[in-house]
Write a protein that binds this ligand. Structure first.
Ligand code: GRF
Length: 192
């Protein structure tokens, strides 16, 4: 059977992109990252993708008349590459219907909290400020809402006395880098 083809979408640093690439290289994830989609022409993730020679689709939303227009272009590229799964990894945009409809049930996202707690921006800061004792990571299917799709996997991170927000951020990212490749592998095996 041929390997599942993944498109990773990212806007920022790309540490999850890196973790997924590593898992494809060390045999923990039976898939191939055949495309990185990025909406920020200066994002750090692009340097990582160039090192790994991942094909890129980089776009500047301001160059398009509407979200429908740039999403239609993305769909064209995804279909050309016969993408099986869209993996959102710090992609800072809501997915619109133009992209959602043809890939419904095949788009997943990672969020740095135990959803439905702390959706949206700065989830780690929100959890830290709220003073919760447990936060964590959620992987979910993407729907048209903000971090609202059906939950696939979660893992908890305990916030111990004396932990700073930076410590929490790092602890959550460590969990993300393990949980995301593992969850993608489970989905591929299930053939969902
Ligand atoms: C991660 O914390 C993820 O949960 C959130 O965005 C962040 C992306 O980090 N959706 P990175 O760019 O993968 O380092």
């Amino acid at each position: 059977m041929s390997k599942a083809k993944l498109a990773v979408f990212a806007s920022g640093t790309g540490s999850n992109y890196d973790a997924i690439i590593e898992a494809t290289q060390n045999g923990k994830l039976d898939a191939e990252v055949v495309l990185l989609v990025c909406d920020k022409p200066n994002a750090k993730v692009l340097d990582k993708a160039r090192v790994n020679q991942t094909p890129l689709f980089v776009f500047d939303p301001k160059q398009y008349a509407s979200k429908e227009m740039f999403e239609a272009k993305i769909v064209e590229v995804l279909q050309e590459k016969e993408i099986d799964w869209i993996i959102l990894a710090g992609y800072m945009r809501l997915i619109g219907n133009t992209l959602l409809a043809p890939f419904e049930g095949k788009i997943i996202n990672i969020h740095p909290s135990l959803l439905p707690a702390f959706p949206g921006l700065d989830a780690v800061g929100q959890a830290f400020t709220a003073g919760v004792k447990v936060s964590g990571v959620t992987i979910h299917y993407v729907d048209s809402g903000m971090d609202t799709g059906k939950i696939i996997a979660q893992d908890a991170v305990h916030i111990k006395e004396g932990m700073t927000q930076e410590d929490l951020q790092q602890a959550i990212q460590r969990v993300e880098h393990k949980l995301y490749p593992e969850t993608i592998q489970q989905l591929i095996l299930k053939g969902e």
